[in-house]
Write a protein that binds this ligand. Sequence first.
Ligand SMILES: *[C@@H]1O[C@H](CO)[C@@H](O)[C@H](O)[C@H]1NC(C)=O
Ligand SMILES: *[C@@H]1O[C@H](CO)[C@@H](O)[C@H](O)[C@H]1NC(C)=O
Ligand SMILES: *[C@@H]1O[C@H](CO)[C@@H](O)[C@H](O)[C@H]1NC(C)=O
Length: 395
Amino acid sequence: MKPTHVLACLAAFLFGLELSHVNIGSVLHVQDFPAPSLGLVGPFAPNEILKDNVHILFKYKINGSETTNVEDGGQSLLLIDKYAEAWHAYSSEDDDSNYSLADKPFANLGAARPLGFMKDAHGNVIVCDTNQGLVSLEPDGRVVLLASRVSASSPIDPDSYIQFANNLDISQSAEGTIFFTDSVQLPAAVEHAPGERPYFEPMSTVMDTLVTGSKTGRLLAFYPQNGTVHVLAKGFWFANGVALSGDESFVAVAETAGFRIHRFWLKGPKAGTMDILIERLPGFVDNMVRAADGSFWVALPAPRTMQAYLLKSKILRALLRYVSPIQLRAAPWGAIMKVSPDGEVLRFLMDTKGSRVSSITDVQEHKLADGRTRLFMGSLLQPYVSCIDIQDDAR
Ligand SMILES: *[C@@H]1O[C@H](CO)[C@@H](O)[C@H](O)[C@H]1NC(C)=O
Ligand SMILES: *[C@@H]1O[C@H](CO)[C@@H](O)[C@H](O)[C@H]1NC(C)=O
Ligand SMILES: *[C@@H]1O[C@H](CO)[C@@H](O)[C@H](O)[C@H]1NC(C)=O
């Protein structure tokens, strides 16, 4: 055995990888992270609320819409799929839970991989595109590039490229400042899946971030009045979801591989500093969205297994990196949570094995006339989006 094979065996052992039918030295095909998630205790007690109540929408018609937006009081939905095509879906007049997808997309964003998107006060859809940066889809259908690099006047990382724009929130104030994340300073790779239309596949960049331990994620602000982009904070291990608090005193930033959410303070005595909203989450953290009651909905697309946790170790990362190509794939599960602005977990909904819904990357809230709450869930990886109606008395 060559030393690299010994290392491969050691890495495989430590990571609990499936070694049967594997020819060491070529590719190790890994079925799943085999262990269950850590931290499924207390407010994170396992349940099947999502599995039992979820509705799957537009299967194989909407592939990889990382985010959804609810428009016109729930009458319509906005979706942007992995081919960068923007779609509307409308609910039927007699049944507001029956959504049908338009016959064709209403816009195409070109060579883009759209992740988070959100309408601004002027009706522009502001899109985080992993390829170009911050893009605006205007009401007349034009696509305008707002920012692809950080301004020279930024106190941190002036004049640097925006590599991987991911998620955003827009201030309700007159300035309409757009807060967004740049996940990692590694480029997103294009993937040509056989028999399918080509699209930009961000997952290999996510895996590279895990295996290289690249803590280069950043929180940025775009000021629409003067077009300036400033870096507010950096050093996140994959910066992801962004959401302003109700009073806009802080902006919450999800750190995917750190299993935690930070607060970057905008106002008050702590302005300009960061602290932790919540940590040791049971899953990788993706998008965050402000709820009507001032708390946040958070998507947890994959579990925090022991193996995922071990990625913290530099030595183990080096093993994976240099002994690769080991292909990591997260176990399927569906999970979302609601957390208060002080870090109290208010709701936790799961499909523990991902048997009906998995890889949820975003949660949008819509209040129904009967007092219940409808949640729409996007997915970066799945060929569908989903929704669930819940009684949300948590606050
Ligand atoms: C979505 O992906 C499936 C294959 O997984 C493919 O058959 C289908 O045509 C795709 N849908 C669109 C709208 O491209
Ligand atoms: C949903 O609405 C569409 C068109 O509005 C209709 O054709 C379809 O029958 C409806 N489905 C159900 C389950 O009501
Ligand atoms: C743009 O506006 C922001 C917010 O008001 C300000 O902080 C920044 O300095 C301005 N930049 C320039 C170049 O004027």
